[in-house]
Design a protein around this ligand. Structure first.
Ligand code: UGA
Length: 458
């Protein structure tokens, strides 16, 4: 099939690469020329393990290409619309960033819908439009399809079909998730729409469960999934804080809890909280949308509150271990929101950094992925000259009083206690924010070790 995708972000590009890998002809469009050029030269514009090789191969075989959306006064604009029109299916994979009040910003969704509508104006054949972006229930039908109808003068169900097909892939292991998802959820406008999308997935492993539901249900499945996963993490974090007070290790407790087949062990790792472009945004968006319908959402509010306070727990542990933090040399290891990505959106490194600065610390940040460091610098307009960014782990740790592990890159896991002992100042304090080390080994080496939910923090 011929597939067009709007948005060269992690979801759009990885989804496009997966469809191309399954033999489809895929074009991925974006308003950002740099992203399009990078893609067309076979290089993904962001870091995702394995994506380099996959994209390079697909671009050179002509199965995947980037498409630039020119400005409104450009003479090339009709060609852009033609490229969309010439495909059978268009996926909307643009971002839905949060507004300051937590609600969803639909600016990019609306622009993509208008583009699709304009492109379909001159199309005689049937076209399928699929929303993959995470959007609150009702958005596909009330916003996207309405705009497409307005700008194409065509009718849904008659001239074009629509589906919601939420994405469940994880950054860092996105390719495996896109090529071999654990489920395919198809929210169909009508039977024909669902059948066309099912056809696109016909090459995927037949063992993958396929679930056909209504569009709004599919949209809600995405929010319910992410809200439940975020709830599991905040639950584990609250349990961690309780466990510490009772001299119990939360990791041992969650191992026992996760053995219950009704619960399962996933997403029960306590730490400095969840970040990324999905959990914080999605929980806020569905909470805000529910509130606008007059509903209270105390559970989701608590999930978010726990997550706001949890990174500060790392600073409290540092303070309880090292005393007054004023003028202490502190290093944050890990700036991206999780390992294997350069994405720093909602990274817990930021609230940790801000608290350390407030306490008068001298802070050094380090991430093994240089793009993560650059993205972290750009995160907001504060003067970052007050923060030092190290170029190697050794440089980051050297002469520090305190090291805080913010995420779990393999490079950090491999560090021997001796390295901390040798490079750090006297009485080194290690705050293991993601429980990547065995506490006993570090204690034996004479390191003052603390970790979220650890039994000997007090
Ligand atoms: C998340 C979901 O896991 C995906 O299923 C979903 O498709 C995606 O959002 C999305 O909506 O697009 P992602 O944000 O890439 O994926 O990352 P996760 O691996 O889920 O991690 C999110 C955050 O939770 C990270 O900061 C991670 O450190 C934290 N986390 C995760 C914990 O603190 N504890 C855990 O046990 C697991």
């Amino acid at each position: 099939m011929k597939v067009s995708i709007i948005g060269i972000g992690p979801v759009g590009l990885v989804t496009g690469a997966a469809f191309a890998e399954h033999g489809n002809n895929v074009v991925v469009a974006d308003i950002d020329k740099e992203r399009v050029n990078a893609l067309n030269s076979g290089k993904p514009p962001f870091y995702e393990p394995g994506l380099d090789n996959l994209v390079k191969g697909l671009v050179s075989r002509g199965l995947l290409r980037g498409l630039f959306k020119p400005s409104n006064d450009s003479e090339n604009l009709p060609l852009y619309y033609k490229s969309i029109r010439d495909t059978d299916i268009t996926f909307i994979c643009v971002g839905t960033p949060p507004n300051p009040d937590g609600s969803m910003n639909l600016e990019y969704i609306k622009k993509a819908s208008i583009d699709i509508g304009t492109a379909l104006k001159d199309k005689k054949e049937y076209h399928l439009v699929v929303s993959k972006s995470t959007i609150v229930p009702g958005t596909t039908e009330d916003v996207i399809l309405k705009l497409i109808e307005e700008h194409s003068s065509k009718k849904r169900e008659i001239d074009f079909g629509a589906c919601s097909n939420p994405e469940f892939l994880l950054q860092g292991s996105a390719i495996a998730g896109a090529l071999n998802p654990d489920r395919i959820v198809i929210g169909e406008l009508d039977k024909k729409s669902g059948d066309v999308l099912m056809e696109l997935y016909s090459d995927f492993d037949e063992k993958i469960p396929r679930l056909k539901v209504g569009i709004k249900t599919a949209e809600m499945i995405k929010y319910a999934s992410n809200s439940l996963l975020a709830t599991k993490i905040s639950f584990a974090n609250e349990m961690a804080n309780i466990c510490e007070r009772f001299g119990v290790d939360v990791y041992e407790v969650m191992e026992g809890v996760g053995l219950d087949y009704r619960i399962n062990p996933g997403f029960l790792r306590a730490g400095v909280g969840f970040g990324g472009s999905c959990f914080p945004k999605d929980v806020k968006a569905i909470a805000s949308a529910s509130r606008s319908k007059g509903l209270k959402v105390p559970l989701l509010d608590s999930v978010l509150l726990i997550n706001e306070e949890q990174p500060l727990r790392a600073v409290e542990l540092a303070e309880s271990a090292a005393g007054d933090l004023k003028d202490k040399d502190v290093c944050i290891l890990g700036l991206s929101f999780k390992p294997d990505t350069d994405d720093v959106r909602e990274t817990r490194a930021l609230p940790i950094l801000m608290k350390l600065l407030e306490k008068g610390c001298k802070v050094t940040g380090y991430d093994p992925e240089p793009k993560a460091v650059n993205n972290f610098r750009k995160l907001f307009h504060q003067d970052f000259s007050i923060v030092n960014f190290a170029r190697s782990i050794e440089e980051a740790i050297k002469d520090k009083d305190i090291v805080i592990i913010q995420n779990e890159w393999e490079d950090f896991k491999k560090l021997e206690p001796r390295i901390f002992k040798t490079l750090m100042k006297k009485n080194p304090v290690l705050i293991d924010g993601r429980r990547i080390y065995d506490p006993e080994i570090f204690l034996k080496e004479g390191i003052i070790y603390r970790s979220i939910g650890w039994k000997r923090n007090f």
